[in-house]
Write a protein of this length. Sequence first.
Length: 154
Amino acid sequence: MLKRFRKGAEAPPPRSSAPARRLAVATLLVEIARADFEVDPSERSSILRMLAAAYGLDPEPAGELLARAERTVEESVSLYEFTSRLNEELSPEEKADTVEMLWRVAFADGRLDKYEEHLIRKAADLLHVPHRRFIRAKLKAERDLPPPAAPASR
């Protein structure tokens, strides 16, 4: 009986389905977009593009995932329910990539709000992303921003 108990204790934790992981990531992205109390259309379109690219989704399934994430955010009480799932299922590199996606959402509207930055820092801590990788993700997302539009001349 003790052998059976030990065998069960050594077994890897059960992994959830890919859709649940996708929803957890999408929900974190929506949380960042909402952190400054307004979701800019550029943030929403950035989330759609990233979900489609990250998961190989066509526009319609990416939109459905985003809509589901938006509904999930309304019912959630903390980031922990999403980060705990991702902690169990993502590699350290995938967690860092997720943090980079969060930065991309925050920068999508052309400005970084203090509430967005705070929430990304909190998510990165909950995902156990080292500070060095957290900063590297921020700098990469910032570097990849499109150049600001030139002011219109009169």
